[in-house]
Design a protein around this ligand. Structure first.
Ligand SMILES: CC(=O)SCCNC(=O)CCNC(=O)[C@H](O)C(C)(C)COP(=O)(O)OP(=O)(O)OC[C@H]1O[C@@H](n2cnc3c(N)ncnc32)[C@H](O)[C@@H]1OP(=O)(O)O
Ligand SMILES: CC(C)C(=O)C(=O)O
Length: 524
């Protein structure tokens, strides 16, 4: 083993399938583990901790199959400090092209009390178990669990014993996420400079995120001389999780100027594996999670969007393509400005002049005030329904519908007819029927409802519903469309839109919409 502290290559040890799976509720099936292991292998992870073979028959089988199938990565299994665990681990991993036994024991005063061992007894146990592991496998990792709360002199002593017994990697776990960056760096530096034989092994860091410092602590440990980072996809893991692979890898790639170390990870594979792990573990990624969150490369506010359109470096420090995204997203919402709206309209194929943009922008802000995110389909719906709205002679002013169990729905509607507000209160068989009855009361007509269609055109429960209504009278047909986050409002507006179109065709108003002398045309 060479002295890796002088090297600039940091090994990535992924423990999604072991520590990650220890997240309550994150259990993965056998096939899912095989699939994730293949993705890890493919993206350049150096060591995959595939499981804890003694834990269950299922874990043993998964680790064995991953070991047999791995192409590039070294496959590691976890074992407690006893021969039974270590032998079982070796059975599972021995067919891997490159294998590793990882054995551990808690060395802090608190953890020494669990098996009730004195310092000397524990030192002996470490020596005999690491030696046993090394007799089976040439690559052995040893971890003093709760290292960051272990007395430093005792830690030095047991690390030296593990090295002498044949450990090739010494992992320093911050098991309970207790350390802080300076201490993390100092601890590794102290071990490397004081423990005899330290320059013959690789030092690793394994951080938990209880105080939100796992990534910072891992990188600090690298600055202190560690050359292996233990991490998981999406930061999955016990309690608040482990160091997130995507964060340390992208931090090293992005700030190579001040952290001159690199990994072998193909970062363009990050998003795909992040999404897959989120799906199979059932742990969705929070929207604002660094690197892989839905919003990590999204800019909603007008000033940021304008800046991004002028030069993406104004607000982005990484290329979305580098993590496997197709590009930055500029989602439209209530904080967006004209620059982003115009850009979106152009992308959607709408050629708008300044005046039209002004009009659309007003309607857009109105919609955005009512809706969390305005999607492409919302914009299309907005453009479609806005066509002739200004000339409409019938307009919906307000609509309230009471509906539910125990009685008919009742709509209270105010409609403007040629500028004059008229009110109707009508019941119906459901909210849409009640609303349509109210329209008919304000504006009596004999048009027959030929088609009524609702499409939820956008995602989520605040989806924009687009409603199409087709009216027919004496063989003449007119359609109306509208979009709104409220399906009943969209329905009433679509109905009114269709009536407006019929009136435009007649070229008259005030004669009553049921005037049979009008020469109807198909206005669809
Ligand atoms: C910090 C970490 O992430 S460590 C890894 C934690 N992961 C897991 O525990 C997941 C898998 N674990 C399991 O499936 C089970 O705990 C098993 C199969 C390993 C053991 O199950 P059981 O035999 O029923 O023991 P149980 O889980 O109740 O208690 C753990 C035992 O391991 C002992 N133990 C814990 N760590 C170690 C160690 N590093 N070396 C030796 N013994 C240990 C404990 O003292 C306790 O022993 P005891 O039963 O004699 O008191
Ligand atoms: C087994 C060890 C490395 C561990 O997971 C921890 O200490 O958190």
């Amino acid at each position: 083993m060479t002295n890796t502290t002088k090297q600039d290559r940091v090994l990535i040890f992924d423990t999604t399938l072991r520590d990650g799976e220890q997240s309550p509720g994150a259990t993965m099936t056998h096939d899912e583990k095989i699939e994730i292991a293949e993705m890890l292998d493919d993206m350049g992870v150096d060591i995959i901790e595939a499981g804890f073979p003694i834990a269950s028959e299922g874990d043993f089988k998964a680790v064995s199959e991953i070991a047999e199938r791995s192409k590039n990565s070294r496959i590691c299994g976890l074992a407690r400090a006893n021969f039974t665990d270590i032998d079982r681990c070796w059975e599972a991993i021995k067919h891997a092209e490159q294998s590793r036994i990882h054995t551990f024991i808690g060395t802090s005063e608190l953890h020494r009390a669990i098996p009730n061992l004195t310092m000397d007894e524990m030192a002996d146990k470490i020596h005999e178990t690491v030696s046993h592991a090394r007799n089976l496998c040439e690559n052995v990792q040893w971890s003093p669990m709760d290292a960051t709360r272990t007395e430093w002199d005792y830690l030095c002593r047991v690390v030296e014993i593990a090295i002498k017994a044949g450990a090739t990697t010494i992992n320093i776990p911050d098991t309970v996420g207790y350390t802080a960056p300076d201490e993390s760096a100092d601890l590794i530096r102290n071990l490397i400079t004081t423990v005899p034989g330290a320059d013959e092994v690789v030092f690793a860091t394994h951080c938990h995120n209880d105080l939100g410092m796992a990534t910072a602590n891992s990188l600090a440990a690298v600055a202190g001389g560690a050359r292996q980072i233990e991490c998981t996809i999406n930061g999955l893991g016990e309690r608040a999780g482990n160091t997130a692979l995507e964060e340390v890898v992208m931090a090293l790639k992005t700030r190579n100027d001040i952290m001159p170390w690199h990994t072998g990870i193909d970062t363009t594979k990050i998003m795909a594996i992040s999404r897959r792990v989120a799906t199979v573990s059932g742990f969705p990624v929070q929207f604002n999670k660094a690197i892989v969150g839905k919003n990590a490369f999204a800019h909603e506010s007008g000033i940021h969007q304008d800046g991004m359109l002028k030069n993406r470096e104004n607000f982005e420090i990484m290329l979305p393509e580098d993590v496997g995204l197709s590009g930055t997203s500029l989602p439209l919402g209530k904080h967006s400005g004209r620059a982003a709206l115009r850009d979106k309209l152009e992308h959607l194929g709408f050629d708008v002049g300044d005046n039209q943009l002004k009009d659309v922008f007003v309607r857009f802000k109105d919609l955005a005030d009512r809706k969390k995110e305005v999607f492409d389909d919302d914009i299309i719906a907005l453009m479609r329904t806005g066509e002739d709205a200004e000339n409409d002679r019938l307009k919906l002013v307000t609509l309230r519908v009471a509906c539910g169990t125990g009685g008919p729905a009742e709509a209270t509607m105010v409609m403007s007819v040629d500028g004059e507000n008229k009110t109707a209160i009508c019941q119906g068989d459901g909210p849409v029927d009640a609303a349509f009855n109210a329209v008919r009361e304000v504006h009596p007509n004999k048009a027959h409802l030929q088609l009524y269609q609702v499409h939820a055109v956008t995602e989520g429960t605040d989806a924009q519903a687009t409603v199409s209504v087709r009216l027919e009278e004496d063989g003449n047909i007119a359609t109306g469309q509208s979009a709104d986050t409220d399906t009943v409002v969209a329905s009433a507006k679509a109905y009114i839109h269709a009536l407006n179109r019929l009136m435009v065709r007649r070229g008259k108003m005030g004669e009553g919409a049921d005037n049979r002398e009008i020469n109807w045309k198909d206005v669809t």
